[in-house]
Design a protein around this ligand. Structure first.
Ligand code: HEM
Length: 184
């Protein structure tokens, strides 16, 4: 009788071990990865912009794409007029507005792609793209210029070596706010 109970307990504990290891495997199943995970996720790496500091690889990837995209837009005469305030600051070596925009856009895309360790604290997408509530934007955005912004985002992502399937996913995230950004 004792021997039967022991065998039963042994079998039961094997079941528990196997069930819990299956559970762990499910948590790391690639199909459950967020876009943020695919962009590098929470693994800490050295931050090339801040010597001695670490940064989540996903955030570094997003910030790199954001910064490249701001440069692409700055050189894109079809939409850079929206950013006149920013560009006139940069022209006199004042990078405060650039740093603020870089941080806000990076926070926004971190949160929108599934990051857990950051929050977006900037203006709502509607207020950020209305000159009445954000004097840093020259005029309301139209649909064609929104499309050009997405093209420039794709160029910024390409400059950072993102594969096409990830560029499409980042663009799809950006497109979710079209209804709030386009206001004319
Ligand atoms: C595609 C999705 C877009 C996202 C996710 C986005 C996001 C943002 C964010 C987070 C800010 C900063 C808000 C703050 O300072 O609190 C911002 C500002 C701004 N956005 Fe957008 N935006 C998008 C599209 C566009 C487009 C299409 C244009 C124009 C063609 C545009 C022009 C601007 C301008 C001019 C500013 C102010 C920049 C500055 O602070 O100097 N955005 N946007």
């Amino acid at each position: 009788m004792k021997r039967t109970a022991f065998m039963f307990l042994l079998a039961a504990s094997f079941f528990v071990i196997i069930a819990s290891s299956c559970d762990k495997n499910n948590n790391s199943n690639p199909t459950t990865l967020t876009l943020y995970d695919s962009l590098g996720g929470t693994a800490k790496v050295a931050d090339p912009a801040n010597p001695g500091q670490m940064i989540e690889a996903g955030r570094l990837g997003i910030r790199s794409v954001v910064d490249s995209t701001i440069f692409v837009i700055a050189g894109d005469d079809s939409i850079n007029h929206y950013f006149d305030v920013l560009l006139s600051e940069v022209a006199v070596n004042d990078l405060s507005g650039f740093q603020e925009l870089s941080k806000n856009l990076t926070d926004f895309f971190c949160v929108a792609t599934g990051a857990k360790n950051f929050t977006y604290t900037g203006l709502s997408m509607t207020d950020a793209h209305n000159p009445a509530t954000n004097p840093r934007i020259n005029e309301k955005v139209n649909a064609a210029d929104f499309g050009q912004f997405i093209n420039d985002l794709g160029t910024g992502a390409q400059q950072n070596g993102l594969p096409d399937y990830l560029i499409s996913r980042v663009a799809a995230v950006a497109e979710t706010v079209e209804g709030q950004v386009v206001q004319r």
